[in-house]
Design a protein around this ligand. Sequence first.
Ligand SMILES: O=P(O)(O)OC[C@H]1O[C@H](OP(=O)(O)OP(=O)(O)O)[C@H](O)[C@@H]1O
Ligand SMILES: O=c1cc[nH]c(=O)[nH]1
Ligand SMILES: [Mg+2]
Length: 214
Amino acid sequence: MPEGTLAENLRVVDGPLSRNKLATLRDETTGTPEFRRAMRELALVMVAEATRSMPTRTVRVRTPLVETEVEEISGPVCLVPVLRAGLGMLDGALALLPEATVGFMGLQRDEETAEPVEYYVNLPQNIGDYLVLVLDPMLATGGSLSATLTKLKEYGATWISCLHAVSAVPGVERVTREHPDVTFYTAALDPGLDERSFIVPGLGDAGDRLYGTL
Ligand SMILES: O=P(O)(O)OC[C@H]1O[C@H](OP(=O)(O)OP(=O)(O)O)[C@H](O)[C@@H]1O
Ligand SMILES: O=c1cc[nH]c(=O)[nH]1
Ligand SMILES: [Mg+2]
């Protein structure tokens, strides 16, 4: 997906700060504590960007001087980390959105087929009332995200944005086409996948690097 042909619902968040965090994440010499910290900090950047498109409402407050109009995000937010690796972005997201509800989507790719296998789902029943932010550092084939979005829509979610550290072009093409009503934010857009469906250049297995299970 060369520049200029990016899907309309894809935003590449590639300012100096996210590039800097990605540099740490991509480097194979980065150990688990530093990797975890960089992922948390990248989540702060991504959430700040993704919340720009959230609807707001005007409310009145009193400053120490006068009454004035201010804006606040109009609606509760539900964060949905895709287990495990999505948990690496949760703490950063909660730092900016401390009142958010958290739903969980448990998926693990089959190592042979790279197809996602669902093992745990815990989402609010009234998720249709929420602005939903899906957290998952890696978007590779798009299979895990596609399953997540299908499940969220089955539960009634309508406003959904997805936040990723690294996305591969084939996966992005799939999810942006299948879900034109969802907005996808990624810090990096990598060209492809290897024979095991790992993103190249990528950063390796995000879950293993976050939790030391290499
Ligand atoms: O786009 P896809 O091809 O579906 O690949 C992306 C998925 O792979 C990783 O999870 P993984 O299955 O490794 O589980 P883990 O987070 O528990 O390690 C990642 O966090 C995504 O959920
Ligand atoms: O490159 C990849 C692909 C899927 N999951 C990961 O953690 N990394
Ligand atoms: Mg993994």
